[in-house]
Unconditional design. Structure first.
Length: 162
């Protein structure tokens, strides 16, 4: 697909982290400016370079694709709750798709985060309704059975020997 002046192009970060043409072209950098409109005053030579980069897969037409957040398996996910709602929701969705068993499984991790959020162990110190709802939604959509917790109350028996 050929692009022309006024079209929007974006950087394919998987293949390239920058694309510079100088003053009469477009300049793209990963994590800073990943999308640009091709200016009307671009030279024909720079426009051809953009089309070559499109064919090579270094650029793509339209807005840049959002990258998946990096959520490695952690023993302590409680630090994730210090993020804001907009940043935390994609992280929770990523945890739901990770693999693992027992305590490192997605169900156990999300249940632990839900428990901590309900206790208000986040940056705000109070439970956030949006996060609690999102965690409940993710857990209800996941297949399988969640872990069972038993609370055993200890009974005290006193025997008087008189």
């Amino acid at each position: 697909m050929e692009v022309k002046r006024g079209d929007r192009v974006s950087l394919n970060i998987r293949k390239r982290i920058f694309f510079f043409q100088g003053i009469n072209g477009i300049n793209l950098r990963a994590n800073l400016e990943e999308t640009a409109l091709i200016p009307e005053n671009i030279s024909n030579k720079n426009l051809e370079r953009i089309n070559i980069a499109l064919r090579g897969g270094h650029l793509s037409v339209g807005w840049s694709k959002d990258r998946k957040p990096d959520v490695p398996l952690k023993k302590d996910d409680s630090s994730l709750l210090n993020n804001g709602v907009k940043k935390l929701v994609p992280l929770l969705e990523q945890i739901a798709t990770t693999k693992g068993r027992e305590d490192q499984g997605p169900v156990a991790r999300l249940e632990k985060l839900l428990e901590l959020e309900k206790e208000g162990k986040n940056a705000q110190g109070t439970p956030r309704v949006t996060i609690v709802k999102k965690l409940d939604e993710l857990l209800s959509n996941m297949s399988g059975v969640s872990s069972v917790k038993e609370d055993i109350e200890k009974e005290e028996v006193k025997i008087n020997l008189a």
